[in-house]
Design a protein around this ligand. Structure first.
Ligand code: AMP
Length: 210
């Protein structure tokens, strides 16, 4: 199954995708995570995108599309994938359609008010990328990842100024994708307000998985 997760920053796409991997048995491909790995490795792409990402802007379409095209050419995507954070512009969606056919687009829907609360409390494992929250999903040991014991940190783009910028960019550039995919009959809306288990149940119901 080839799925796209659409939704504003802080909607919980990454958390839901981690469960989706187990349910659908496909890899989770997050362009944000791929960029963060490139930054950590200080690769040429990483050095180029670092200031853009930290400021809350979007990386240029050409760089992003190439990254995704290369990732989707890998063997583990044969049975499908969950694309999280891509496409983010109509241009990217049109490019994607030239090299892969999507089955469904999951619109991970959440009110604006909840976004800030979620992102300001988010903590991410520096080692494995797992997500936690200081109130809603506390790690068992403070500052340490439950999965691998790695150190938890606050993403630079989870500072309030960058969050507001990301929301603005989302509204301008990514929101039009909802109408774009709805028109193609691919969009499934799921309510992402509740706890993780409820959101996962909404996801399975939308896909008709019992
Ligand atoms: P995310 O982890 O999805 O919130 O992505 C973090 C940041 O990576 C975004 O704020 C953008 O700067 C960059 N990014 C991720 N995906 C894309 C994309 N499809 N197009 C452009 N920039 C992206």
């Amino acid at each position: 199954m080839k799925l796209i997760f659409l939704g504003p920053p802080g909607a919980g796409k990454g958390t839901l995708a981690a469960q989706g991997v187990v349910i659908c048995k496909v890899p989770h491909i997050s362009t944000g995570a791929l960029f963060r790995s490139a930054i950590a490795a200080m690769s040429p792409v990483g050095c180029k995108v670092k200031p853009i990402i930290e400021g809350g802007g979007l990386v240029d379409d050409e760089t992003t599309i190439l990254l995704v095209k290369e990732r989707l050419a890998q063997q583990d995507t044969q049975r499908g994938y969950i694309l999280d954070g891509f496409p983010r512009t109509i241009f990217q969606a049109e490019a994607l359609a030239t090299f892969s056919a999507i089955d469904k687009v999951i619109n991970v829907d959440i009110p604006d008010a909840t976004v800030l609360e979620r992102l300001l409390g988010r903590r991410v494992c520096r080692n494995c990328g797992a997500n936690f929250h200081i109130t809603f999903h506390k790690p068992k040991q403070e500052h340490h990842c439950d999965v691998c014991g790695g150190e938890l940190f606050i993403r630079k783009d989870d500072q309030e100024g960058a969050i507001r910028k990301r929301l603005e960019v989302y509204r301008e550039q990514t929101l039009p994708l909802i109408a774009y995919y709805r028109k193609q009959g691919l969009l499934l809306d799921i309510d992402a307000r509740g706890p993780v288990d409820t959101v996962v149940a909404n996801f399975k119901k939308a896909l008709g998985i019992s």
